[in-house]
Ligand binder design. Structure first.
Ligand code: SF4
Ligand code: SF4
Length: 376
């Protein structure tokens, strides 16, 4: 495993971190974690040098913190870094900050968090930092040693990021960065702002919810022709790892094949050359010809009050956009219970405020419903 130093203070963080929002599940459409299989992944990662584990209050309906705490408690506390996040949207009064934090310590069976983040910050939530006196409470916890490093995860525009960086003293920032979002979601500018402040970035969604593990046949072929021995996903991890101000790259691994491949990528990592970057550009060009919806499958938008299975519908649509297989689309769409289909959307907009990708969900649902009706 390769490591990066955090803040030059000789704290070593593994270049690959384990994201704890995509553990194997008992059934695909429910949040419940398949605990034995999840523990196998956690143990393999730990025993192969991964020392950064990133969970959050809402992951797997609240079960992620419990599972990672239970799985890691057999290891010495100073041999791993545990990161979790304050669910900003749950705050209703200032006391909630401390109450939530103490509940998280309990759930994770630890007495401090190495990295603690304000979760999914955006313009609206920036005001809540003041409204609920979040920063004084978190700074006190830092003084008490219950938080080692304080940061935030971020989903908004670079302007908002800049404001947030200037307004408070942070130790690190977590952003979504991958070679598709480098331009698409201005990840390049976000990375530069963080680096400009002398901070390090923790990277989430390097493989964009699995999308960059298999793009489309033509794009995958470009990678395979260049380096047959490497997986398509490894290009995405290496892209993020090649940036010098990146501290660790989180990957939410759902099976043993993924963890073995990712550990291998991080262990033999060398920064990408210009020639290798050219390979990524060539593959991306082929991929961009497919008009996919950039949904990462994070499920923050669920549950939809009208019952629409938003991530599933986008996945079915994206499979079609890549394969152009109308029968495949029809079959997958018809397998969805009628109560979960796109035409059930009542355009309430509740999902949009939760979506880190700022997807115009109701608009897309209308289009997909029309497309499905046309194919009938
Ligand atoms: S806009 Fe549509 S998909 Fe989104 S939460 Fe409302 S009903 Fe559900
Ligand atoms: S629509 Fe947005 S919030 Fe919902 S799963 Fe996709 S990316 Fe996540």
């Amino acid at each position: 495993m390769k490591y990066r130093e955090f803040n030059k203070n000789e704290e070593k963080v593994s270049l690959l971190g384990l994201g704890c929002m995509r553990f194997p599940k008992v059934t695909p459409d429910k949040e419940e974690i398949d605990i034995p299989r999840a523990c196998e992944i956690i143990d393999y990662a730990y025993n192969n040098g991964v020392n950064y584990f990133d969970t959050a209050f809402p992951y797997h309906g609240g079960q992620s913190e419990l599972v990672i705490g239970e799985a890691l408690k057999k290891y010495p506390r100073d041999s791993f870094k545990l990161a979790t996040k304050l669910p900003m949207w749950k705050l209703q009064k200032k006391e909630d900050v401390l109450d939530t934090f103490n509940e998280q310590l309990k759930k994770c069976q630890v007495d401090y968090f190495d990295f603690y983040l304000c979760h999914a910050m955006n313009r609206e939530r920036m005001d809540w930092l003041e409204k609920y006196e979040v920063m004084p409470a978190l700074c006190r916890l830092k003084e008490e040693g219950k938080i080692r490093h304080l940061g935030f995860s971020f989903h908004d525009t670079p302007d908002v990021l800049e404001e947030l960086l200037n307004r408070y003293q942070w130790d690190f920032v977590q952003i979504q960065l991958n070679y598709l979002d480098w331009e698409l979601q201005d990840a390049k500018r976000q990375y530069e702002l963080i680096a400009g402040k002398g901070l390090q970035a923790v990277i989430m969604e390097p493989v964009r919810g699995g999308m960059l593990a298999s793009l489309c046949e033509e794009a995958d072929q470009v990678f395979k022709d260049a380096e047959p021995e490497h997986s398509v996903a490894s290009w995405a991890l290496r892209f993020a790892m090649s940036l010098p101000r990146v501290l660790t790259v989180l990957s939410g691994m759902s099976n043993m094949d993924q963890v073995i491949d990712n550990v291998h990528t991080a262990s033999e990592f060398e920064p990408l050359t210009d020639e290798q970057r050219g390979v990524i550009d060539a593959a991306l060009e082929k991929f961009k010809k497919n008009k996919t919806i950039p949904c990462t499958g994070c499920r923050y938008c669920m549950d939809c009050p009208a019952g629409v299975n938003i991530p599933k519908i986008f996945k079915i649509y994206n499979d079609y956009a890549i394969s152009k297989n109308k029968n495949g689309f029809k079959r997958a769409y018809e397998e969805l219970p009628e109560s979960e289909r796109a035409d059930r959307c009542v355009e309430c907009g509740a999902c949009m405020s939760q979506c880190p990708q700022s997807l115009k969900v109701p608009e897309r649902m209308k289009e997909i419903a029309a497309m499905a009706a046309e194919m009938n």
